[in-house]
Design a protein around this ligand. Sequence first.
Ligand code: SF4
Length: 470
Amino acid sequence: MGGFFATAQKEDCVFDLYFGTDYHSHLGTRRAGMVVYGKKGFNRAIHNIESAPFRTKFDKDTHEMEGYMGIGCISDYEPQPLIVRSHHGTYAITTVGKINNTDALTDKIINSGSHFMELSGGTINATELVAALINQKDNIIEGIKYAQDSIDGSMSIMLLTPQGVYCARDKMGRTPIILGKKEEGYCASFESFAFQNLGYSPMRELGPGEIVVMTPEAVQTLAKPGTKMRICTFLWVYYGYPSSVYEGVSVERMRYNCGAKMAKRDMENKPGADIVAGVPDSGTAHAVGYANESGIPFSRPFVKYTPTWPRSFMPTIQSKRDLIARMKLLPVHELIDGHSILLIDDSIVRGTQLRETTEFLYKSGAKAVHVRPACPPIMFGCKYINFSRSNSEMELIARRVIAKEEGEDVSRDVLEDYCNPDSDRYHRMLDRIKEQMGFTSLAYNRLDDMMEAVGIDKDMLCTYCWDGRE
Ligand code: SF4
């Protein structure tokens, strides 16, 4: 994933840029960068944030930077923002999104006489490719439109020029951009809460495909929003921060709604749990919603050790990630021993961590572990926003079970049947997952319930991970 923040002010903007970008730290774990433009031109800093938080890494830079406009990003992949010299003049650019047709686009650009730097591992920097596409056209607006039209996937862009900051939301609005304003100027942000403590008040969200240019004096629309939207539903379910609001819907509120929906479904067939708990922190809000609706007390049989694990440190090796996830959690034995626990997490991806957690609960004396993931079984890898918690679809627990039942070559019709919570195949799949994971009972949130928990027009939601709908 990744996130970004931009600001244009009548006075120095470095303080706002530093904190506004830092508030996106939950969206990426590898790289971060800031660029400002002021009297001395462009000034940029990029750091690796795998071993230390954003603020620690950029603290020194803020004393050296000055400027009245800036963009900053947290990135899971390529180093950015990039500074580009082109026929549009010099500009800085940062992006959030995913390009599925990198090779075809790269060849096209190379054939037109340009070249790319290779990243270690032989890949091309996606932001550099976006800049190269923008540079194919006569002006920046046409260039951004051309890039977004050419890209198979999704691409939101912030581009800093001496004249202003261009902000472009991806064509289907899979990821958000919200504008804020205060007396001194404006900001644009992936996360709505990132500017609250900086004195900005929310203005409005950009629509899908909308392009604006922001200066210290005004925000002007350069390309009107499209009518079709598919905003990522996982924003609410998992990776948005609890204080975030997308399309007017609070993340925390949506998670309570999800929990309540699952509790209502359980009313007919009560699991008989003594306590409701969430895997911290991803399942906590969903568990609060379940507890409030069901009347079963909310409890915290695990806590996260935050003093030395303040952020989502994510090693690239999966076995190490699992180990780190386990090390962060500490049990409260008194709340586990002899209890029947209803455990909620946002989702089950590969299943490794939840199986270990369940085994641990039994070893600590739990009588039963009923599991309620807050979203349906994940069937497809995200092809829009680089939101990936598994390396391939065949790592997904649901797909592994289906492959065992049907073989690896499964037709789309059969997969669709597995996505249907009323089908026999779906229930067979759940039984297999339950057995493999050692759960006492397992019921996933239904897709229709999850969409209702968001509460906006269902056609505006991307649900590709769960039902393959494009
Ligand atoms: S495929 Fe899933 S993670 Fe990707 S944008 Fe759609 S809902 Fe979000």
